[in-house]
Ligand binder design. Structure first.
Ligand code: NAP
Length: 328
């Protein structure tokens, strides 16, 4: 029997590639501009499955080139680079990799909280420049993390995992603003639900973990920054477009907020002319939320499992568009 063609454009281990190729006919792509790669377009004609990460935006144009496509296994939990409704209409299953990256991404979120509060990157640079000549003084002081108020914008898997670190490890008071109430987390962490504006006004740290959707695009803009305390630290571990980036830059420059820890940006890779990585009160990371060897391998394995199940007609472990499955 002919094996179904599957296109792989994300990182899989050699063992994972070998396992997939036992069941499917694999073609691998590694270019940075796949959306405009004629070889990728040609391969889409016969593809039954795609396995890759957030680097490719799957557009209607690409889907039109892939009439046999049955399933996409994204190596990510975020699915903002896929037209979900259209995939459902076309009967294409979309799978993602929640849970396996939650703790690692929460570690990165907390890293940004700590690094911004204690000015770790700025002061490491201070030593490198040879500026450490006497005991440090007030000009280099940071602010405490323990005992402060952590405001989570989005209180799902990653939001809860960051809040757990804050509440249980650092004695922080947890506020959250989320689409639905989370009574279990209120009991577990003493978390209190707030309207977004009230949370922004009360929190010492504002940490964003909502998915990027039509509703959350530019959720945090000039008005929201103006509501925060001048001492507030803003952390974005979700998606860059949830924030109005020019408004963030202005708030950091004008002293409306004290600092920002950013793993994600409106445009990635970050354009060379962005002022953000050069600002002393910003810790900027190149979208490394889930980027550890263990977690990236686990995410890739989950994508392999999802595509294998989907293309064998079985329900994948993680299905984003349930309706596409119901209609199969
Ligand atoms: P999740 O469990 O689905 O949590 C998202 C939370 O946001 C949910 O609790 C949801 O509310 C809430 N929410 C959704 N829309 C909202 C809105 N309009 N207003 C208020 N709350 C809203 O997802 P997760 O696993 O924590 O991941 C969250 C996001 O993190 C992903 O979508 C991805 O974009 C990002 N991420 C980034 C990295 C990185 O490398 N930086 C890594 C992993 C994930 P309900 O509970 O009521 O549905």
């Amino acid at each position: 029997m002919n094996k179904k063609p599957v296109l792989v454009y994300g990182r899989l281990t050699d063992d994972q590639l070998a396992a997939l190729s036992r069941d499917f006919e694999l073609t691998r792509f590694s270019g940075t501009d796949l959306a405009n790669d004629p070889a990728f377009h040609e391969a889409l004609k016969d593809a039954h499955g795609l396995v890759g990460g957030a680097s490719l935006s799957v557009t209607s144009e690409l889907l039109n080139m892939a009439p046999k496509l049955e399933a996409i296994a994204s190596i990510s939990v975020g699915v903002d680079n896929y037209p979900i409704d259209e995939l459902t209409r076309r009967g294409i299953l979309l799978c993602n990799t929640p849970d396996v990256l939650t703790e690692t991404t929460a570690d990165t979120g907390f890293l940004l909280i700590m690094a911004t509060a204690r000015r770790a990157v700025e002061l490491a640079e201070f030593i490198k420049r040879g500026d450490w000549k006497t005991s440090i003084n007030e000009a280099q002081f940071g602010s405490d993390v323990h005992g402060k108020t952590l405001g989570m914008v989005g209180f799902g898997r990653i939001g809860a995992a960051i809040a757990r670190r804050g509440a249980l490890g650092f004695g922080m008071k947890i506020l959250y603003s989320n689409a639905s109430p989370k009574p279990e987390l209120e009991t577990e962490l003493g978390a209190e639900r707030r309207e977004l504006d009230a949370l922004l006004a009360e929190a010492d740290f504002v940490c964003v973990t909502v998915p990027l959707t039509e509703d959350t695009e530019k959720l945090i803009g000039a008005r929201e920054f103006s509501l925060m305390k001048p001492s507030a630290i803003f952390v974005n571990i979700a998606r860059g477009k949830v924030v109005d980036e020019p408004a963030l830059i202005a708030a950091l420059k004008n002293g409306e907020i004290r600092a920002a820890g950013l793993d994600v940006f409106e445009q990635e890779p970050l354009p060379k002319d962005s002022p953000l990585p050069h600002m002393n009160n910003v810790v900027a990371l190149p979208h490394i939320g889930s980027a550890t060897t263990e977690t990236r391998n686990a995410m890739a394995q989950r994508a392999v499992d999802n595509i294998t199940l989907a293309l064998k007609g079985q329900r994948p472990i993680n299905l984003v568009n349930e309706d596409a499955w119901r209609n199969t």
